[in-house]
Design a protein around this ligand. Sequence first.
Ligand code: NAP
Length: 243
Amino acid sequence: MALVTGASRGIGAAIARALAEAGADVAVHANATSPEATCEAVRALGRRAAPLIADTGSADAAERLVSEAIETLGAVDILVNNAGIIRRGPTVDTRDEDWHAVIDVNLHGVFRLCRAAGRHMLSSGRGGKIINIASLLSFQGGLNVPAYAAAKSAVAGLTKELANEWAAKGINVNAIAPGYIRTDNTVALQNDETRSRQILERIPAGRWGDAQDLGGAAVFLASRASDYVHGHILAVDGGWLGR
Ligand code: NAP
C-alpha cells in the first residue's frame, strides 16, 4: 500500500493515480480539500483507496496518518511525502508566521512522516520505499521564496541522510525534484506573463510540465526497479537543471 500526502490535487493526485495504475492500493491524504475525487480515480483503476485528513504541519499528524493508513489498508510499503505549500514575497517582508508555516509543512511534516513510516517499515521487517518531493530549489536558490528554498534544500539533505541510515535495512529513500509544473502551487508564476515567458525560454523541453509528468518517476522509485537506488534526487524538469 502507498500513502501519498497532498493527493487531493496537483502532483500528489497524479502520483496517486500512477501508483494505482501500477497496482498499489492508496491511502489518499489531504488537508482542506476532499480527497474523494482521487479516491474515486484509484478505485476506478481497480485498487482500494482510503481518504485521510490532516494538517501535516501539526506535530501529531504523522503518527496518526501512518496508523490510520495501516488500519484501513494494511502495511505502508510506499510513502510519498508530497504535501507542500509556498509563500511568495521578498525576505524583508516575510513574517515569522509565513516562515514557520512553510517550514512546518515542507520540512517538519516530511521529517515526522519519514520517521513514522520508517519505524513501521523497520519494525515490520518489510522494508519499503520513501519518496520525498523536493524541488529545483533543492539545488538552486530561487527568488522571493526564502522559507520554501530553505525547506526544499533541507529535504534533499534529509533524503540523503535517511538513505545512509536505512539503505542496508531494506528501505529506499529518494526524492523527486519537479521542474515548473502547472498546478495551484505555480499559479502566480503562470499568471505573470514576463516570468512565465522567461521560465519557458529556459526549459529545453519547450513546455511547462503537467502533474502527470511525475507519475513515471514515482512508479520507478516505488518499484523493485529502483532497489539499488538510494539517496538520489531525481529531477523531472524538462531539462531545466542541465541548461
Ligand atoms: P498544489 O496543487 O498546491 O497541492 C498541494 C497539496 O498539498 C494539496 O493536496 C494540499 O491539500 C496539500 N497541503 C497543503 N497544505 C497542507 C497542510 N498544511 N497539510 C497537509 N497537506 C497540505 O501543489 P503541487 O504543485 O501539486 O505541489 C506538490 C508538491 O510538489 C509540493 O511539495 C511542492 O512544493 C512540490 N513542487 C511543486 C512544483 C510545481 O511546479 N508545481 C515544483 C517543485 C516542487 P489540500 O488540497 O487539502 O489543501
